[in-house]
Design a protein around this ligand. Structure first.
Ligand SMILES: C[S@+](CC[C@H](N)C(=O)[O-])C[C@H]1O[C@@H](n2cnc3c(N)ncnc32)[C@H](O)[C@@H]1O
Length: 340
């Protein structure tokens, strides 16, 4: 068997629920006890390494990426050889015990660097889509699976969405999600995500140091950051800013270096807001290749992406657009460094 490196590309699952009881709706999934969350994460094969919360949601840094728990929404993002989709069944069961019913589901991922290392049900997108279909309640209709292409055969964006009839128009219409996947990170910048030999700091202390040293703390100075550094290398952080999250994960090893950034924004934010954030992200990693996937009900957010990163020497190589009944439009753009 070929020896592969760490798979940085994450799988991401977002589930929305509704309930009839306003008290439950208020806290909803946040009422799940830690033991139940651990059981869900055991099925996925990862664990919690750090956590933070505020009045709106709880954010967990995982051994393989992140988990966000809102009253009626849960987002799990995991990398490596985790089996993310195995969380669906236990999550639906726990949500049902709280009086919550699933109303929409979105699964996204990029193209794995080491696809042959992925276990079932992540062996192919077809296998993943079948597995999701089999585990969703039958009233989630409007199901769509799509592979969005780019000019690079090795970079596609995989999307599965489903929604129930009554929730075709989302309550959070004005929110958009941006998922950035970066490969071939600048080697000097990537070294900053290795712990100094013999440092002896624990993951929390070393994580704080990396957040400061790399400039990640300046991406959104208003956010509370929960960070963690892995030994001997690797880094994860969640930022929480009122009801919005952001998250960064870094695999700095040469040969398969990878970093991801994800955040939510509102179409009512100042036009420059997301552009300024993306510029800072690119400057932290200086990737040779980058993809940006924007999920939004409003068509023009994605136009801000190229405006933000092209002045930094990145050139947009492809742009694919697809419509999903449950999520609005998804725009998948790829960028590479402009040749000098
Ligand atoms: C969990 S982090 C970030 C994950 C994120 N999806 C990414 O690749 O950007 C992965 C990095 O931490 C390193 N690492 C070290 N110990 C680890 C552990 N116990 N579990 C997961 N990753 C670990 C990996 O080699 C890799 O560089």
């Amino acid at each position: 068997m070929a020896v592969s490196g760490f798979e940085g590309f994450e799988k991401r699952l977002e589930l929305h629920f509704f309930g009839d009881d306003p008290v439950v709706d208020n806290m909803g999934l946040r009422l799940l006890d830690f033991e139940s969350l651990v059981k869900v994460l055991n099925a996925v094969q990862c664990s919690v390494v750090s956590a933070v919360g505020n009045q709106y949601f709880d954010a967990y840094v995982l051994s393989e990426s992140s988990l966000f728990v809102y009253p009626t929404k849960i987002i799990i993002k995991t990398c490596g050889t985790t089996q993310l989709l195995k969380s669906i069944r236990p999550l639906l069961r726990y949500a049902c015990n709280l009086g919550l019913t699933l109303c929409s589901c979105r699964y996204t991922r990029g193209s794995f660097i080491f696809p042959k290392s992925q276990p079932f049900p992540h062996t192919s997108f077809r296998e993943e889509a079948i597995y999701i279909e089999e585990n969703l309640p039958s009233d989630l209709c409007y199901r769509k699976a799509s592979v969005m292409p780019s000019k690079m055969a090795s970079h596609s964006w995989h999307v599965f969405t489903a929604t129930c009839q009554n929730h075709i128009i989302s309550q959070n219409d004005e929110l958009y999600t941006i998922e950035v996947c970066m490969t071939e990170l600048d080697r000097v910048l990537a070294r900053k995500f290795f712990q100094p030999p013999g440092d002896g700091s624990n993951g929390d202390v070393a994580g704080k140091e990396m957040t400061k040293l790399t400039g990640i703390e300046n991406i959104n100075p208003g956010a509370i950051i929960c960070d963690f550094a892995f030994d001997p290398c690797g880094y994860s952080m969640n930022g929480i800013d009122n009801d919005r999250y952001s998250t960064i994960h870094v695999t700095p090893e040469d040969g398969y270096s990878y970093a991801s950034f994800e955040c939510v924004g509102s179409i009512f934010d100042n036009n420059n807001h997301i552009a300024e954030i993306l510029k800072k992200v690119v400057q932290v990693f200086r990737p040779a290749t980058m993809s940006v996937s924007t999920t939004c009900t409003s068509p023009e957010v994605w136009t801000r992406v190229a405006h933000a990163v092209e002045p930094l020497g990145m050139k947009c190589r492809s742009c694919a657009v697809d419509e999903f009944p449950a999520s609005g439009s998804v725009v998948f753009q790829t960028f590479t460094v402009r040749r000098k």
